[in-house]
Design a protein around this ligand. Structure first.
Ligand code: C5P
Length: 315
Protein backbone atom coordinates (compact mmCIF):
# COMPACT_ATOMS: atom_id res chain seq x y z
CA UNK A 1 0.00 0.00 0.00
CA UNK A 2 1.34 3.49 -0.84
CA UNK A 3 0.97 6.62 1.22
CA UNK A 4 -1.09 9.09 -0.78
CA UNK A 5 0.26 12.23 0.81
CA UNK A 6 3.79 13.55 0.95
CA UNK A 7 5.91 14.75 3.88
CA UNK A 8 5.33 18.50 3.25
CA UNK A 9 1.63 18.07 3.08
CA UNK A 10 -0.54 18.28 6.24
CA UNK A 11 -3.87 17.69 4.54
CA UNK A 12 -4.95 14.06 4.23
CA UNK A 13 -5.92 13.14 0.67
CA UNK A 14 -7.92 10.25 -0.73
CA UNK A 15 -6.02 7.00 -0.71
CA UNK A 16 -5.38 5.55 -4.16
CA UNK A 17 -5.06 1.84 -3.53
CA UNK A 18 -7.41 -0.53 -1.71
CA UNK A 19 -7.56 -0.11 2.06
CA UNK A 20 -7.74 -3.32 4.09
CA UNK A 21 -8.79 -3.17 7.76
CA UNK A 22 -8.77 -6.02 10.28
CA UNK A 23 -11.05 -5.90 13.30
CA UNK A 24 -11.35 -8.26 16.29
CA UNK A 25 -14.38 -9.80 18.00
CA UNK A 26 -15.17 -8.79 21.58
CA UNK A 27 -16.17 -10.65 24.68
CA UNK A 28 -17.30 -9.12 27.99
CA UNK A 29 -15.27 -10.18 31.03
CA UNK A 30 -17.85 -8.42 33.20
CA UNK A 31 -21.29 -7.38 32.00
CA UNK A 32 -23.30 -5.60 34.65
CA UNK A 33 -26.73 -4.59 33.35
CA UNK A 34 -28.77 -1.90 35.10
CA UNK A 35 -32.38 -0.92 34.60
CA UNK A 36 -33.99 -0.12 31.25
CA UNK A 37 -33.58 3.59 30.44
CA UNK A 38 -36.10 5.91 28.82
CA UNK A 39 -34.19 5.69 25.51
CA UNK A 40 -34.66 1.90 25.26
CA UNK A 41 -31.11 1.02 26.32
CA UNK A 42 -29.94 -0.48 29.59
CA UNK A 43 -27.27 1.24 31.64
CA UNK A 44 -24.11 -0.90 31.63
CA UNK A 45 -20.89 -1.39 33.54
CA UNK A 46 -18.87 -3.69 31.36
CA UNK A 47 -15.29 -4.77 30.77
CA UNK A 48 -14.71 -5.33 27.09
CA UNK A 49 -11.90 -7.57 25.85
CA UNK A 50 -10.91 -7.94 22.18
CA UNK A 51 -9.98 -11.47 21.07
CA UNK A 52 -8.25 -12.95 18.03
CA UNK A 53 -11.21 -13.73 15.81
CA UNK A 54 -11.00 -11.22 12.99
CA UNK A 55 -13.21 -9.86 10.22
CA UNK A 56 -11.64 -7.93 7.36
CA UNK A 57 -13.04 -5.06 5.31
CA UNK A 58 -11.47 -4.00 2.01
CA UNK A 59 -12.49 -0.61 0.62
CA UNK A 60 -11.86 0.50 -2.97
CA UNK A 61 -12.96 3.56 -4.89
CA UNK A 62 -16.23 3.18 -6.82
CA UNK A 63 -18.96 5.19 -8.58
CA UNK A 64 -21.54 4.22 -5.99
CA UNK A 65 -21.67 2.33 -2.65
CA UNK A 66 -21.60 -1.47 -2.96
CA UNK A 67 -21.00 -4.33 -0.54
CA UNK A 68 -19.97 -7.92 -1.23
CA UNK A 69 -18.89 -10.63 1.19
CA UNK A 70 -17.36 -14.06 1.64
CA UNK A 71 -17.06 -16.43 4.60
CA UNK A 72 -19.24 -16.87 7.69
CA UNK A 73 -22.92 -16.02 7.13
CA UNK A 74 -22.68 -15.55 3.34
CA UNK A 75 -26.18 -15.81 1.87
CA UNK A 76 -27.68 -15.09 5.27
CA UNK A 77 -26.40 -11.60 6.07
CA UNK A 78 -28.32 -8.94 4.15
CA UNK A 79 -25.99 -6.74 2.11
CA UNK A 80 -28.54 -3.96 1.53
CA UNK A 81 -28.86 -0.53 3.15
CA UNK A 82 -29.80 -2.11 6.49
CA UNK A 83 -26.34 -3.68 6.83
CA UNK A 84 -24.23 -1.94 9.50
CA UNK A 85 -21.35 -1.65 7.02
CA UNK A 86 -23.51 0.32 4.56
CA UNK A 87 -24.90 2.40 7.42
CA UNK A 88 -21.40 3.13 8.72
CA UNK A 89 -20.18 4.26 5.29
CA UNK A 90 -23.27 6.47 4.82
CA UNK A 91 -23.02 7.96 8.33
CA UNK A 92 -19.35 8.81 7.86
CA UNK A 93 -19.93 10.34 4.42
CA UNK A 94 -22.81 12.43 5.79
CA UNK A 95 -20.70 13.66 8.70
CA UNK A 96 -17.81 14.59 6.38
CA UNK A 97 -20.12 15.91 3.62
CA UNK A 98 -18.55 13.72 0.95
CA UNK A 99 -20.30 11.31 -1.44
CA UNK A 100 -20.52 7.75 -0.04
CA UNK A 101 -18.78 6.13 -3.00
CA UNK A 102 -16.88 2.91 -2.28
CA UNK A 103 -16.72 -0.74 -3.19
CA UNK A 104 -16.63 -2.59 0.12
CA UNK A 105 -15.84 -6.25 0.59
CA UNK A 106 -16.27 -8.15 3.86
CA UNK A 107 -14.32 -11.30 4.70
CA UNK A 108 -16.30 -12.66 7.63
CA UNK A 109 -15.10 -14.95 10.40
CA UNK A 110 -17.05 -13.60 13.41
CA UNK A 111 -20.43 -15.41 13.58
CA UNK A 112 -23.67 -13.46 13.02
CA UNK A 113 -25.76 -12.59 16.09
CA UNK A 114 -23.29 -14.52 18.22
CA UNK A 115 -22.72 -12.14 21.13
CA UNK A 116 -19.24 -11.31 19.80
CA UNK A 117 -20.21 -7.91 18.32
CA UNK A 118 -19.53 -8.98 14.74
CA UNK A 119 -21.85 -6.31 13.30
CA UNK A 120 -20.31 -3.54 15.40
CA UNK A 121 -16.83 -4.83 14.47
CA UNK A 122 -17.64 -4.52 10.77
CA UNK A 123 -19.01 -1.00 11.29
CA UNK A 124 -15.81 0.00 13.13
CA UNK A 125 -13.64 -1.45 10.34
CA UNK A 126 -15.71 0.39 7.72
CA UNK A 127 -15.23 3.73 9.52
CA UNK A 128 -11.45 3.26 9.59
CA UNK A 129 -11.32 2.04 5.97
CA UNK A 130 -13.53 4.78 4.47
CA UNK A 131 -11.84 7.51 6.53
CA UNK A 132 -8.53 6.58 4.90
CA UNK A 133 -9.97 5.84 1.42
CA UNK A 134 -11.73 9.22 1.34
CA UNK A 135 -8.82 11.07 2.97
CA UNK A 136 -10.95 12.50 5.79
CA UNK A 137 -8.27 12.37 8.49
CA UNK A 138 -10.82 12.07 11.29
CA UNK A 139 -9.62 11.32 14.81
CA UNK A 140 -10.55 8.05 16.49
CA UNK A 141 -12.76 10.05 18.89
CA UNK A 142 -14.69 11.55 15.97
CA UNK A 143 -15.07 8.10 14.40
CA UNK A 144 -16.25 6.75 17.78
CA UNK A 145 -18.90 9.48 17.91
CA UNK A 146 -20.22 8.40 14.49
CA UNK A 147 -19.88 4.74 15.52
CA UNK A 148 -21.84 5.09 18.77
CA UNK A 149 -24.94 5.94 16.72
CA UNK A 150 -24.58 2.62 14.86
CA UNK A 151 -24.01 0.15 17.70
CA UNK A 152 -23.08 0.25 21.38
CA UNK A 153 -19.89 -1.76 20.84
CA UNK A 154 -18.49 0.24 17.88
CA UNK A 155 -16.42 2.71 19.98
CA UNK A 156 -14.76 -0.19 21.82
CA UNK A 157 -13.96 -2.00 18.56
CA UNK A 158 -12.22 1.11 17.26
CA UNK A 159 -10.19 1.05 20.44
CA UNK A 160 -9.60 -2.66 21.22
CA UNK A 161 -7.55 -4.05 24.10
CA UNK A 162 -9.35 -4.40 27.42
CA UNK A 163 -11.51 -1.43 28.38
CA UNK A 164 -14.26 -0.31 30.68
CA UNK A 165 -17.58 0.46 29.00
CA UNK A 166 -20.29 2.61 30.59
CA UNK A 167 -23.44 4.42 29.43
CA UNK A 168 -25.09 1.91 27.07
CA UNK A 169 -21.59 0.56 26.33
CA UNK A 170 -20.52 3.41 24.04
CA UNK A 171 -18.44 5.34 26.62
CA UNK A 172 -15.10 3.56 26.64
CA UNK A 173 -12.08 4.11 28.89
CA UNK A 174 -8.96 2.03 28.48
CA UNK A 175 -7.65 -0.10 31.31
CA UNK A 176 -4.06 1.00 31.49
CA UNK A 177 -2.58 -2.07 33.19
CA UNK A 178 0.32 -3.82 31.45
CA UNK A 179 -1.71 -6.40 29.55
CA UNK A 180 -1.44 -10.13 30.25
CA UNK A 181 -2.24 -12.48 27.37
CA UNK A 182 -5.32 -14.55 28.21
CA UNK A 183 -6.22 -17.77 26.41
CA UNK A 184 -9.81 -18.50 25.44
CA UNK A 185 -11.82 -21.30 23.88
CA UNK A 186 -14.79 -20.06 21.88
CA UNK A 187 -17.80 -22.33 21.37
CA UNK A 188 -19.82 -21.11 18.40
CA UNK A 189 -23.46 -22.20 18.30
CA UNK A 190 -25.76 -23.00 15.40
CA UNK A 191 -27.93 -19.95 14.80
CA UNK A 192 -27.84 -16.61 16.62
CA UNK A 193 -29.71 -14.83 19.38
CA UNK A 194 -31.21 -11.37 18.93
CA UNK A 195 -29.60 -8.87 21.31
CA UNK A 196 -32.85 -6.89 21.95
CA UNK A 197 -34.69 -10.17 22.62
CA UNK A 198 -32.10 -11.18 25.24
CA UNK A 199 -32.34 -7.77 26.97
CA UNK A 200 -36.15 -8.06 26.91
CA UNK A 201 -35.92 -11.54 28.44
CA UNK A 202 -33.72 -10.16 31.21
CA UNK A 203 -36.36 -7.49 31.94
CA UNK A 204 -39.00 -10.22 32.09
CA UNK A 205 -36.90 -12.37 34.43
CA UNK A 206 -36.27 -9.35 36.65
CA UNK A 207 -39.86 -8.07 36.65
CA UNK A 208 -41.29 -8.01 40.14
CA UNK A 209 -37.95 -8.45 41.91
CA UNK A 210 -37.64 -5.98 44.77
CA UNK A 211 -35.43 -4.10 45.33
CA UNK A 212 -34.61 -3.82 41.62
CA UNK A 213 -31.22 -5.40 40.81
CA UNK A 214 -28.41 -2.88 41.29
CA UNK A 215 -25.97 -2.10 38.50
CA UNK A 216 -22.85 -3.97 39.58
CA UNK A 217 -19.54 -2.21 39.14
CA UNK A 218 -16.50 -3.88 37.61
CA UNK A 219 -14.14 -3.37 40.58
CA UNK A 220 -13.58 -7.04 41.43
CA UNK A 221 -12.98 -7.90 37.78
CA UNK A 222 -10.47 -5.05 37.47
CA UNK A 223 -8.58 -6.18 40.54
CA UNK A 224 -8.62 -9.80 39.27
CA UNK A 225 -7.12 -8.64 35.95
CA UNK A 226 -4.23 -7.06 37.83
CA UNK A 227 -3.41 -10.36 39.59
CA UNK A 228 -2.61 -12.08 36.26
CA UNK A 229 -3.80 -15.47 37.51
CA UNK A 230 -6.36 -17.39 35.39
CA UNK A 231 -8.02 -18.94 38.46
CA UNK A 232 -8.51 -15.49 40.00
CA UNK A 233 -9.77 -14.01 36.74
CA UNK A 234 -12.03 -17.03 36.20
CA UNK A 235 -13.70 -16.50 39.58
CA UNK A 236 -14.37 -12.82 38.76
CA UNK A 237 -15.91 -13.27 35.26
CA UNK A 238 -19.63 -12.53 35.13
CA UNK A 239 -22.46 -11.72 32.76
CA UNK A 240 -25.87 -10.44 33.88
CA UNK A 241 -27.28 -11.41 30.46
CA UNK A 242 -26.38 -15.07 30.94
CA UNK A 243 -29.64 -16.14 32.70
CA UNK A 244 -31.63 -14.48 29.89
CA UNK A 245 -29.58 -16.19 27.14
CA UNK A 246 -29.98 -19.53 28.96
CA UNK A 247 -33.70 -18.96 29.32
CA UNK A 248 -34.05 -18.42 25.55
CA UNK A 249 -31.58 -21.18 24.65
CA UNK A 250 -31.54 -23.81 27.46
CA UNK A 251 -29.08 -25.99 25.48
CA UNK A 252 -26.35 -23.47 26.35
CA UNK A 253 -26.25 -25.05 29.82
CA UNK A 254 -24.91 -28.23 28.12
CA UNK A 255 -22.21 -26.20 26.38
CA UNK A 256 -21.12 -24.55 29.64
CA UNK A 257 -21.07 -27.94 31.39
CA UNK A 258 -19.10 -29.58 28.55
CA UNK A 259 -16.47 -26.82 28.65
CA UNK A 260 -16.02 -27.17 32.39
CA UNK A 261 -15.84 -30.97 32.06
CA UNK A 262 -13.20 -30.49 29.35
CA UNK A 263 -11.10 -28.77 32.03
CA UNK A 264 -11.69 -25.05 31.41
CA UNK A 265 -10.97 -22.72 34.31
CA UNK A 266 -14.48 -21.36 33.83
CA UNK A 267 -16.98 -20.58 31.11
CA UNK A 268 -19.65 -17.98 30.45
CA UNK A 269 -22.00 -16.79 27.77
CA UNK A 270 -20.41 -14.06 25.64
CA UNK A 271 -22.48 -10.86 25.71
CA UNK A 272 -26.04 -11.70 24.65
CA UNK A 273 -24.94 -15.15 23.37
CA UNK A 274 -25.27 -17.78 22.12
CA UNK A 275 -21.46 -18.03 21.85
CA UNK A 276 -19.88 -19.36 25.04
CA UNK A 277 -16.28 -18.58 25.99
CA UNK A 278 -14.00 -20.55 28.28
CA UNK A 279 -10.88 -19.36 30.02
CA UNK A 280 -7.80 -21.61 29.79
CA UNK A 281 -4.54 -21.45 31.73
CA UNK A 282 -2.29 -21.26 28.63
CA UNK A 283 -2.22 -22.06 24.90
CA UNK A 284 -1.70 -25.83 25.36
CA UNK A 285 -4.53 -25.98 27.88
CA UNK A 286 -6.79 -24.06 25.48
CA UNK A 287 -6.14 -26.70 22.79
CA UNK A 288 -6.97 -29.50 25.25
CA UNK A 289 -10.22 -27.81 26.27
CA UNK A 290 -11.09 -27.18 22.61
CA UNK A 291 -10.58 -30.87 21.80
CA UNK A 292 -12.75 -31.99 24.70
CA UNK A 293 -15.47 -29.53 23.82
CA UNK A 294 -15.41 -30.55 20.15
CA UNK A 295 -15.70 -34.23 21.14
CA UNK A 296 -18.75 -33.42 23.30
CA UNK A 297 -20.58 -32.39 20.10
CA UNK A 298 -22.60 -29.62 21.77
CA UNK A 299 -21.78 -26.72 19.44
CA UNK A 300 -21.16 -26.00 15.75
CA UNK A 301 -17.50 -24.95 15.90
CA UNK A 302 -14.84 -24.58 18.56
CA UNK A 303 -11.87 -22.26 18.11
CA UNK A 304 -9.12 -20.99 20.38
CA UNK A 305 -8.36 -17.28 20.70
CA UNK A 306 -6.13 -14.88 22.60
CA UNK A 307 -6.79 -11.49 24.04
CA UNK A 308 -6.34 -8.61 24.29
CA UNK A 309 -6.01 -7.57 20.63
CA UNK A 310 -5.82 -4.08 19.10
CA UNK A 311 -9.01 -2.58 17.66
CA UNK A 312 -9.77 -1.97 13.97
CA UNK A 313 -6.44 -1.39 12.17
CA UNK A 314 -5.25 -0.95 8.59
CA UNK A 315 -3.18 -3.98 7.51
O1 C5P B 1 -26.43 -0.81 20.38
P1 C5P B 1 -26.80 -2.13 19.82
O2 C5P B 1 -27.19 -2.08 18.39
O3 C5P B 1 -25.82 -3.21 20.09
O4 C5P B 1 -28.10 -2.55 20.60
C1 C5P B 1 -29.07 -3.42 20.09
C2 C5P B 1 -30.24 -3.46 21.03
O5 C5P B 1 -29.87 -4.13 22.24
C3 C5P B 1 -30.77 -2.11 21.47
O6 C5P B 1 -31.67 -1.59 20.55
C4 C5P B 1 -31.45 -2.48 22.78
O7 C5P B 1 -32.68 -3.11 22.57
C5 C5P B 1 -30.52 -3.53 23.35
N1 C5P B 1 -29.51 -2.92 24.24
C6 C5P B 1 -29.91 -2.51 25.50
N2 C5P B 1 -28.99 -1.92 26.32
C7 C5P B 1 -27.71 -1.76 25.95
C8 C5P B 1 -27.27 -2.18 24.67
C9 C5P B 1 -28.22 -2.77 23.84
O8 C5P B 1 -31.07 -2.65 25.87
N3 C5P B 1 -26.85 -1.21 26.79
Amino acid sequence: MTEAWGPDDDEPRPHIGPVKVRVPAKINLHLGVGPLRMDGYHELNTVYHAISLFDEITARHGDTLTLTMEGEGTGELLLDETNLIMRAARALAARARVPAYARLHLKKVIPLAGGLAGGSADAAATLIACDLLWGLGMSRDELAEVGAQLGSDVPFLLHGGTALGTGHGEAVSPILARPTIWHWVVAIADGGLSTPAVYRELDTLRAGSWPPPALENADSLMSALRQRNPEVLGAALGNDLQPAALSLRPQLADVLKAGTEAGAVTGLVSGSGPTCVFLAADAAHAHEVAEGLTAAGVCRTVVTARGPQPGARVI
